[in-house]
Design a protein around this ligand. Structure first.
Ligand code: GLC
Length: 554
């Protein structure tokens, strides 16, 4: 079945708890989503990805699922969700679900049974091992919460968790578990959803020898618990038995996968995913993880995007994104809060006019920025707390860590969406579950709606331009001035159509000289991010801070 339509999607990611509260209990929900479908559609979006909305005790805010076939009562129920799907479809919008099957919640029925004894119907659903020398089976540490093994006296064994303690890893080597996964997929596809974002899906196969890992305080052993030997076999099984039988698509989250490696999953006969979420370009201001912060390097950013564009061209498909629920806000990272408006629009221009399927994250479209919390007690994420423990071991004080967390934690992107300037940013009539960013009186949807030059209206223009000129969607990418540390310039070419994208990453004025063969004449300008066009002539431009311009030649 051909599912090529995914190439022309623009996806909006909803992290429901912070999107919009429709029933006044302080948490975002599906009533709020229903209310805002027309708004989402108005952005030029034609698909929604829901971060997990299943029942969950929230050890990892929904990424610990305790029932795969229901909706979290905080968000509504299955009937309400069905209504959201139908209403989205009426508006020609697709819906994709987050499929979190590397692990379940420790509150899931399977785990509650599994932990009881070594011989019950669910005993092999998880990864259980005997201890060694009075301790855990090996030296692995989790990504989210200390060691990767937890002892359970009833079995006198340890279970493995790559993430938090409340997220035991499933044993995908057990064929019954794989049948359960397929059953979950069919359940949602039969209900009418159009695909999945597969959470840390390359973690589902582990090295069967469980050897010790390279000693690291976090994620020790990841070389053994990511991309194990049976990964392809299981992914193919999911693809052939389920995905290929429906008109749907799959976008996979796969940490530590470069462009070349991505090809083995996304191209040729062995293709198991339609596209993958790359992490490379999200490491342009950090080392491996956002928390180990470094100054932003435009060269790193360009190199990563360029590699994925060129290596995948004609063979596989890209997922384009610069924000999601796992990273701080991009303006605060790669742009400038001082030039919030300009850099927000410029970053969108840089990221979304190349080949691939754009994914935007709630609040990105109005240029939301990082949050500043006053105390560590206000944070809510297991990762923030885990990092604090690790930093403490290295002598970092609480006060200093608060600064680090305010800059680098993923909670920066989890504050409620700012709808208007009324109390709680119009997010809820109750008490918000998590603090609203104090800047909501100036940064909010209503203010942006009223301003033709707002970030919001720029996103609309940008997606309109992209959807009406296929050169941006399918074109061939070529970079210019690769070594320039302040300028990102690339061309897109398809048949006779050409486009030139010019983005300044400088907070100062910047002189730009056209690459050979390109005219910068006003008549070719298709998009610009200041209220007036950039100044210059057919050969050169005088770019203002974070200025962006798009030239289209047809
Ligand atoms: C993915 C999710 C992240 C979650 C983790 C564990 O990386 O995007 O939010 O915490 O997987 O499920």
């Amino acid at each position: 079945m051909s599912n090529e339509w995914y190439k022309e999607l623009v996806v909006y990611q909803i992290w429901c708890r912070s999107f919009r509260d429709g029933n006044g209990d302080g948490a975002g929900d599906l009533y709020g989503v229903l209310e805002k479908l027309d708004y989402i559609k108005s952005l030029g979006v034609n698909a929604i990805w829901f971060s997990p909305i299943y029942p969950s005790p929230n050890a990892d805010w929904g990424y610990d699922v305790s029932d795969y076939k229901d909706i979290h009562p905080d968000f509504g129920d299955s009937d309400l969700f069905k209504q959201v799907v139908d209403e989205a479809h009426k508006r020609d919008m697709k819906i994709i679900m987050d499929l979190v099957v590397n692990h379940t919640s420790s509150e899931h029925y399977w785990f509650k049974e599994s932990r009881k004894s070594r011989d019950n119907p669910y005993s092999d659903y998880y990864i259980w091992k005997d201890g060694k020398n009075g301790g855990p089976p090996n030296n692995w540490t989790s990504l989210f919460e200390g060691g990767a093994w937890e002892y359970v006296p009833e079995r006198d064994q340890y279970y493995m968790h790559a993430f938090a303690k409340g997220q035991p890893d499933l044993n995908m080597d057990n064929p019954k578990v794989r049948e359960e996964v397929k059953d979950i997929m069919r359940f949602w596809l039969d209900m009418g959803v159009d695909g999945f974002r597969e959470d840390v899906i390359t973690f589902i196969s582990k090295d069967p020898d469980f050897p010790n890992g390279f000693p690291l305080p976090i994620a020790c052993g990841i070389e053994h618990y990511n991309k194990g030997p049976n990964l392809m076999k299981y992914l193919k099984e999911f693809r052939e038995d389920v995905i290929d039988k429906y008109d749907c698509f799959v976008v996979a989250e796969s940490p530590m996968t470069g462009a070349k490696d991505a090809l083995r999953f996304t191209s040729g006969d062995d293709r198991v995913f339609d596209m993958m979420i790359s992490f490379d370009h999200m490491n342009a201001d950090c080392f491996m993880t956002d928390t180990i912060h470094l100054p932003f390097s435009l060269k790193k950013f360009k190199k990563a995007l360029g590699a994925w564009q060129t290596k995948l061209y004609g063979k596989a498909w890209n997922a384009l994104y610069i924000e999601n629920h796992d990273h701080p806000r991009v303006i605060s990272r790669y742009g400038s809060e001082e030039f919030r408006d300009e850099s927000g629009k410029m970053l969108a221009t840089a990221a979304f006019l190349m080949s691939g399927t754009p994914f935007i994250y709630q609040g990105q479209e109005i240029g939301m920025v990082n949050n500043k919390l006053d105390s560590l007690d206000e944070f809510k994420d297991v990762v923030t707390f885990n990092n604090e423990r690790v930093f403490r071991k290295f002598g970092v004080s609480k006060k200093r860590y608060l600064k680090i967390a305010n800059k680098t934690s993923r909670e920066n992107s989890r504050t409620p969406v700012q709808w208007d300037s009324s109390a709680n940013a119009g997010f809820t009539t109750g008490t918000p579950w998590f603090g609203v960013n104090k800047n909501y009186r100036t940064i909010n949807v209503a203010a942006d709606e009223a301003d033709p030059f707002s970030v919001l209206n720029y996103y609309r223009k940008l997606f309109r331009l992209r959807q009406s000129n296929k050169v941006f969607i399918y074109g061939k990418y070529k970079e210019h001035f690769r070594r320039n540390k302040k300028l990102y310039c690339y061309e897109m070419t398809r048949d006779k159509d050409r486009a030139l994208i010019v983005c300044s990453f400088s907070d100062k004025n910047l002189h730009f000289k056209a690459p050979k063969g390109f005219s910068l004449d006003e008549e070719f300008i298709a998009l610009y991010n200041y209220p007036d066009k950039p100044s210059g002539d057919s050969d050169e431009l005088f770019l203002r801070p974070y200025e962006a311009a798009v030239f289209l030649y047809k």
